[in-house]
Ligand binder design. Structure first.
Ligand SMILES: [Zn+2]
Ligand SMILES: [Zn+2]
Length: 256
C-alpha cells in the first residue's frame, strides 16, 4: 500500500523543479542579491525559454518512475540506518551513472538523446528541467534499475532515494542559473570536490568538458575538467567580472 506521506513526497519531486525555475526567474527579473554575480553577460532570448518550458512538461516523470518501483514493491525498508545508506548509495551511483551516460551521450551515435539539453548555450531558469524525454528515462532507469537490483539483496529505503531526487532537483536547478551563488572561497575547500553553477555553465557554453553532476571527482580522474575553471570562478565570484563571449578562456594572471 502506498501511504499519504509517500504520495506527498512524490508530489514534491514532481513539482520542485518548476518551483525552483520560478524562483530563479523572479530572482533574475527583480535583481535579487543572490543573482548579482552574473556568469555570462549575454542575452537569453524568450524563444529559448519557451522551448525549455515545453521540454520541462515531462519533468514529473521522475516521480512517476519512482512511483512505479514503489508500486511493484521495491524500497520498503523503513529503518533510519537504511534511510542514510540508501541516500548515500543513490548519491554515489548517480554520480557514476550520470558521468558514464553523459560521456556516452557526447558520442556522435548517441548525441541525439542529449542534443535538446545542449541547444541552450547559456543557462536560463528552465534549462535545468529541459531535456529530451529519452534522456531523462535513461537517467532514471539507470539509477533506479541498479538500486532495485541491490534492493533484492539488501532492502533499501524509499525516503532515502526520494531525498536524493529532491536534492538533485534543487542542486541541478542551482547548477543551471546564470549567476554564481557560492562564496568567494568555495573552491578553496568544499569546491575542490563539489561542482558549482560556473562549473556546469562551462559545459553548456563550450559544449564539452566538466561532465560531472555534483562532484568534480570523475572529471579529474578522466581528465575532462576545463583547466581554467578555478581562475574563471575567481573572476566571476571575486572580481565580479562576467564573461562576455561563450568561448572566452581565462589565462593565468600575468598572461592576461
Ligand atoms: Zn552534455
Ligand atoms: Zn546542463
Amino acid at each position: 500500500m502506498i501511504t499519504t506521506l509517500e504520495i506527498t513526497v512524490l508530489l514534491v519531486i514532481a513539482t520542485i523543479g518548476h518551483v525552483m525555475a520560478l524562483i530563479w526567474l523572479l530572482a533574475g527579473r527583480n535583481k535579487w542579491k543572490i543573482a548579482e554575480r552574473t556568469i555570462y553577460d549575454l542575452p537569453i532570448n524568450d524563444k529559448q525559454m519557451r522551448r525549455e518550458f515545453w521540454n520541462s512538461l515531462h519533468t514529473p516523470s521522475h516521480a512517476v518512475i519512482l512511483f512505479g518501483f514503489l508500486y511493484f514493491g521495491f524500497f520498503q525498508n523503513t529503518s533510519i540506518a537504511s534511510f542514510f545508506i540508501s541516500a548515500f548509495a543513490t548519491f554515489i551511483w548517480a554520480e557514476i551513472w550520470h558521468y558514464a551516460s553523459h560521456r556516452a551521450f557526447h558520442l556522435s551515435a548517441l548525441h541525439w538523446i542529449h542534443a535538446e539539453h545542449h541547444k541552450s548555450h547559456l543557462n536560463s531558469p528552465f534549462t535545468a528541467i529541459s531535456f529530451s524525454f529519452t534522456e531523462k528515462l535513461i537517467f532514471d532507469l539507470g539509477i533506479l534499475g541498479l538500486l532495485a537490483a541491490v534492493d533484492l539483496v539488501y532492502s533499501l529505503n524509499f525516503y532515502g532515494i526520494a531525498a536524493w531526487f529532491i536534492g538533485y532537483l534543487l542542486v541541478n536547478s542551482f547548477s543551471h542559473a546564470n549567476f554564481e551563488l557560492k562564496s568567494k572561497d568555495y573552491n578553496r575547500w568544499v569546491g575542490k570536490v563539489l561542482t558549482s553553477t560556473t562549473y556546469h555553465s562551462l559545459h553548456h557554453s563550450r559544449y564539452t568538458g566538466n561532465y560531472g553532476l555534483g562532484t568534480r571527482v570523475l572529471d579529474r580522474i578522466f581528465g575532462t575538467e576545463w583547466e581554467d575553471y578555478e581562475r574563471l570562478y575567481d573572476r566571476i565570484s571575486r572580481e565580479e567580472r562576467p564573461l562576455t563571449r561563450l568561448r572566452e578562456k581565462v589565462e593565468p594572471s600575468g598572461l592576461r
